[in-house]
Write a protein that binds this ligand. Sequence first.
Ligand code: 5GP
Length: 146
Amino acid sequence: MADNDVAAYDPQNIFAKMLKGEIPCHKIYEDGDTMAFLDIMPRTEGHTLVITKEPAVDLFAISAQGLDKLMAVVQKLAPQIKAAVGADGVMIQQFNGEAAGQTVLHLHVHIVPIKEGVPVKPHAGDMANADELAATAEKIKAVLKG
Ligand code: 5GP
């Protein structure tokens, strides 16, 4: 596939189902344009995905306005997630196309808090324990409310 070709958007993809409430997730934030929830295979504690409500496969399929809204939420949430889990830095990642490592074809941005000296697990590795994810989500939501 050429760089400027974008796969067709599948309205039944897993993130679209989360937006419709058909699949549960540990949601930490939602507004009219975006939703953020914990990654089920977290690379670190607090690994969060921010997704757009606009049906876009990747960065090249979304409107400029939709992208602005998505990135504004990433900018707002990342420092608060970092504080909630006591991290030292934040890695922001975003993959476009299966060849680049994208596994869910609905535009999303990874917020990965980094603690000095704590290894970052592989991308899409082991599933997290549901209770641990729930506890992390509560920790983050407490900071977001403040
Ligand atoms: P990508 O590789 O497309 O950038 O990232 C997709 C991310 O979605 C991966 O990090 C993966 O762990 C996460 N993921 C896949 N399926 C689910 C799911 O059912 N629930 C949640 N919360 N995350 C998922």
